[in-house]
Design a protein around this ligand. Structure first.
Ligand SMILES: Nc1ncnc2c1ncn2[C@@H]1O[C@H](COP(=O)(O)OP(=O)(O)O)[C@@H](O)[C@H]1O
Ligand SMILES: [Mg+2]
Length: 423
C-alpha cells in the first residue's frame, strides 16, 4: 500500500481525486479511489475511500498483452522460417489468392512477392492444361480433405521458363472448422526430370538398337543362306553336271579336253574365291592368323574387285601383336566405312590408312565423295555409325567424323594400346 496518510492529506487538502492500482500484502491487485467528503456547506470533512478487487481483470490483461507479444514474435519467426526454407512455400486464401510466397518461390519463379500478392495462383503460375486439375485439388482441400498426396505441377516463371514442382498442400482451419488458408509446399524436381528424360531417350535408343541388331543378324543369316544355297550350291551342282558329261562323253581330242578342263578349273577357282569371301564375312579368320594388316589388305582387295572405286591402303608401324578385340574393332570399322563409301558417297577414290605410334593405333578412311552433315544423323538412321561408335567405345578409343556436303568424308579412330591390361 502506498503511504495512505499523505494520500489522505492530499485529497482533503486540495480536494482532488485520486485513483491508483495498488497491490495488497497478499499480492492481489485493487483499484483504490479516494475523493473528498464534502458537507452541505461544501466543506471538506473527510475522505471517501473505495477499494475494488481488480486482481482477476488485471492478470487477464497482462496475460493478453504477453500473448499478443508472443503472437507477434511467432509471426516474425514463421515469416523468417518461410524465407529460410529451401522448399517452395505458397500460402493461399480460400479463393486461391496468394497471401505468402516465400523467398525460394520468388527465386524459382522470378516474381517478387509484391508482384504476386493477391493474385490467384492458377491464373498466372500454371500452364492452362493444368488449371482444371489444380482447381479440383484445391476444392477438395477446401472441403476439408486430408493433406493431398504429392502431385507434380508445372510452374511457368516470369521469363516463360517451365519448372516441374513436386507439391503437396494442406488446409489450415479456423476455430469454426472452415479452411482459412491453404499451405502448399513444393520441391523443384526439374533437374531430376531432365535426367529421367535423357535416360528414357537413351533407353529407347538402346531398345531400338537391340531390335535392329536382331533384325540385322537375321537378315545377314538369310543372306548367307541364300548365297550358299541359291548361288554357290547351284554353281557346284552345275560343275558336277559338266564333269559328269565330260566323263560320259569325253571330247575326241586332247586339245579339246584341255580346253574344257581349263574352263572348269577357272570356275572352281572362282567358286573357291567366293566361298572364302562368304566365310570371311562371317568371321575373319585371317585376322586371327595373320593379323590386322593382312586382314585389311585382303578386305581391300575384295572391295576393289567388287566396286569401281580406286582404293589406296597405307600402313606404317602397326605393331605385330595387337589385342584381338582391338584388331577386330579396327577391322569391322574399316569394313563399315568402306561399305558406306560404296553405298552413299559416290566417291571415285578412297584411302585407308593405319598407323601405329607410341600411344596406340590410328585408323582413317577418307573418301572424295558427296560428304554429309554428321549433325543431321537422325536417331532413326542406320546402324553402321552407331555400331562404329559403340565398338570404338568398348576398346576405350576415340571416334570422329569429319565430313560436310560436297567435301568428302574422313572417319578417324584412335585406339590406345599402352593402358590396356589384356594381351
Ligand atoms: N562416306 C560417306 N559418304 C556420304 N554419306 C555417308 C558416308 N558415310 C555415312 N554417310 C551417311 O550417314 C548415314 C548413316 O550411315 P550408317 O549409320 O552407316 O547407316 P546406313 O549405311 O545403314 O544408312 C548414311 O545413311 C549416309 O547418309
Ligand atoms: Mg552403313
Amino acid at each position: 500500500m502506498p503511504d495512505l496518510d499523505s494520500l489522505i492529506s492530499e485529497v482533503s487538502g486540495n480536494g482532488s481525486l485520486v485513483e491508483r492500482e495498488v497491490q495488497g500484502r497478499d499480492g492481489r491487485w485493487y483499484s483504490l479511489r479516494m475523493r473528498p467528503y464534502k458537507t452541505a456547506e461544501n466543506k471538506i470533512d473527510g475522505v471517501l475511500m473505495a477499494l475494488m478487487d481488480i486482481d482477476v481483470m488485471k492478470r487477464g490483461l497482462d496475460q493478453a498483452r504477453l500473448s499478443l507479444d508472443d503472437a507477434v514474435t511467432a509471426r516474425d519467426l514463421s515469416a523468417n522460417l518461410l524465407d529460410m526454407s529451401g522448399a517452395l512455400i505458397v500460402i493461399l486464401d480460400p479463393a486461391g489468392r496468394i497471401i505468402a510466397f516465400n523467398h525460394a518461390s520468388q527465386e524459382r519463379s522470378g516474381y517478387s512477392f509484391r508482384e504476386v500478392e493477391g493474385r490467384t495462383f492458377w491464373d498466372f503460375l500454371l500452364p492452362p492444361e493444368e488449371v482444371d486439375e489444380a482447381k479440383s485439388v484445391f476444392a477438395s482441400i477446401l472441403r476439408g480433405a486430408g493433406p493431398a498426396s504429392t502431385y507434380e505441377r508445372t510452374w511457368i516463371g516470369k521469363d516463360g521458363s517451365r519448372r516441374v514442382i513436386a507439391s503437396s498442400s494442406i488446409g489450415r482451419c479456423g476455430a469454426d472448422g472452415a479452411v482459412r488458408q491453404i499451405i502448399s509446399t513444393g520441391i523443384d524436381i526439374t533437374p531430376r526430370k531432365l535426367a529421367q528424360d535423357a535416360l528414357r531417350r537413351s533407353e529407347n535408343q538402346l531398345r531400338r538398337l537391340t531390335a535392329n541388331l536382331l533384325i540385322a543378324q537375321e537378315d545377314e543369316r538369310k543372306r548367307v543362306a541364300r548365297e550358299l544355297h541359291d548361288d554357290l550350291n547351284q554353281r557346284m551342282a552345275m560343275l558336277a553336271n559338266e564333269v559328269a558329261t565330260l566323263e560320259q562323253t569325253p571330247p575326241g581330242s586332247t586339245r579339246l579336253l584341255r580346253k574344257q578342263l581349263r574352263s572348269l578349273r577357272a570356275r572352281v577357282d572362282q567358286l573357291s574365291d567366293d566361298l572364302r569371301r562368304t566365310a570371311h564375312r562371317l568371321h575373319p579368320s585371317v585376322l586371327e592368323h595373320f593379323g590386322l594388316v593382312a586382314a585389311v589388305e585382303s578386305h581391300c582387295s575384295d572391295f576393289m574387285k567388287l566396286h569401281r572405286i580406286q582404293l589406296k591402303l597405307a600402313h606404317r608401324s602397326v605393331p605385330e601383336s595387337i589385342p584381338f578385340d582391338v584388331s577386330l574393332c579396327l577391322y569391322r570399322v574399316t569394313q563399315e566405312c568402306l561399305n558406306n563409301v560404296a553405298k552413299h558417297s559416290g566417291a571415285r577414290k578412297v584411302m585407308v590408312a593405319i598407323r601405329g605410334n607410341k600411344d596406340g593405333i590410328l585408323l582413317s578412311v577418307t573418301d572424295n565423295g558427296t560428304g554429309f552433315d554428321p549433325g543431321l544423323l537422325a536417331d532413326q538412321s542406320g546402324l553402321g555409325i552407331i555400331g562404329i561408335r559403340e565398338r570404338v567405345r568398348l576398346v576405350d578409343g576415340i571416334f570422329s567424323i569429319n565430313s560436310q556436303p560436297g567435301h568428302g568424308t574422313q572417319i578417324d579412330v584412335r585406339v590406345p594400346l599402352t593402358t590396356r591390361m589384356d594381351p
